[in-house]
Design a protein around this ligand. Structure first.
Ligand code: NAD
Ligand code: UFG
Length: 338
């Protein structure tokens, strides 16, 4: 298959490029590098022996998209490109609606113009809001608490509307839980700009000496140890979920939302302990007040992915931490050291 990947130089995108190439697919990447670096694609080449065809551009640029879709002879699209910081989206909601919602609208228009009608979309567990049922099934009511989450919900609704009006479209809406870890080679991984918002990149930067200590945002939640519980999923398992979703779309004209998680929740302190074991160091932390907007617990019911895609997360917490640490130790400044 000729697969066109928006945001393919980013964290999840670069890992997905590797798995697709290794499965024998032709991969093109469309990215404006607003949150990534071309070096990630050079690393994909080091792992796979193939460099994805690169189209540098912005998904809001319909002409650039149409050119790239045609030139790459794409038959399916995986759409990762988007802004993803919850806090930033509260500060600047218009930037998020513009990049994520308008960008996806332009992408769908360009796809229709080029008669490419299969799309795998990066949604998020954030669309479940503060869940009232655990583990969370896909038919849990949808709601969000911030503009970033709202953009994911609006896009999901847009895809459902498009599918209702033109049933030949094929959509897989993948709702990710918490992606962590890195490729086992240590060559690609997560490279957040500035201070990481997410737990595991912050923990990794404490381990490598870039940060003094971790703030644990609250230890008074109704969880076993009082700290927040999440469904951490190895990024390579997540990438493999995209491969399975693409394979399914080849034979199914549908619009399905599917959770990609492990179904198991770990607390912040569980994650710190697991990372300490992986890196062989004690990681200093202090308990701080709850972070605004955080929820106590969130983990997936992952049955639908197994039923529809024949996919199940296979990498455990030890692999998530060991692989994340290998990447961080070998690239203490991320791709920035180059
Ligand atoms: P990332 O920031 O590493 O990757 C996103 C990529 O998209 C980057 O390479 C960036 O340069 C590119 N991009 C952004 N806006 C663009 C635009 N207008 N035009 C062209 N390229 C653009 O993020 P990621 O962690 O790999 O996430 C990928 C997708 O998965 C995002 O849509 C994100 O919202 C979603 N998601 C991520 C998480 C997570 O925790 N990482 C969780 C749930 C959902
Ligand atoms: N946490 C800390 N200290 C930190 C960072 C996080 O204690 O420095 C805690 C949080 O309070 C939470 C847990 O670690 O309990 C996980 O926090 P993350 O920021 O890593 O992840 P979230 O679950 O808050 O959110 C992430 C993405 C969202 C996405 C969601 C579901 O940031 O965009 O997963 O996919 F919507």
């Amino acid at each position: 298959m000729n697969v066109f990947i928006t945001g393919g130089a980013g964290y999840i995108g670069s890992h997905t490029c590797v798995e697709l190439i290794q499965a024998g697919h032709q991969v093109s990447v469309f990215d404006n590098f607003c949150n990534s670096q071309p070096e990630a694609l050079a690393r994909v080449e080091r792992i796979t022996g193939q460099r994805p065809q690169l189209y540098q551009g912005d998904i809001r640029d319909a002409d650039a998209l149409t050119y790239a879709l045609k030139d790459s002879q794409a038959t399916a699209v995986i759409h990762f490109a988007g802004l993803k910081s919850v806090g930033e989206s509260v500060q600047n909601p218009l930037a998020y609606y513009d990049n994520n919602v308008v960008g996806t609208l332009r992408l769908l228009q360009a796809m229709r113009a080029c008669d490419v009608k299969a799309l795998v979309f990066s949604s998020s567990a954030t669309v479940y809001g503060d869940p009232h049922q655990l583990p969370i099934p896909e038919d849990h009511p949808l709601s969000t608490t911030n503009p970033y989450g709202q953009t994911k919900l609006v896009i999901e609704e847009m895809l459902r509307d498009v599918h209702r009006s033109e049933t030949q479209w094929r959509f897989a809406i993948l709702r990710y839980f918490n992606p962590v870890g890195a490729h086992a080679s240590g060559l690609i991984g997560e490279d957040p700009q500035g201070t990481p918002n997410n737990l595991m990149p912050f923990v990794a930067q404490v381990a490598v000496g870039r940060r003094e200590f971790l703030n644990v945002w609250g230890d008074d939640y109704a969880t076993a140890d009082g700290t927040g519980v999440r469904d951490y999923i190895h990024v390579v398992d997540l990438a493999l979920g995209h491969l399975k979703a693409l394979e399914r779309l080849a034979n199914h004209t549908e619009c399905e939302a599917i959770n990609l998680g492990t179904g198991v929740g770990y607390s912040v302190l569980d994650m710190v302990k697991a990372f300490e074991l992986a890196c062989g160091k004690t990681l200093p932390y202090q308990v701080a007040p709850r972070r605004a907007g955080d929820i106590a617990a969130c983990y997936a019911n992952a049955d639908k992915a197994e039923r529809l895609l024949g996919w199940k997360a296979e990498r455990d917490l030890t692999a998530m931490c060991e692989d994340g640490w290998r990447w961080q130790r070998a690239n203490p400044q991320g791709y920035g050291q180059i």
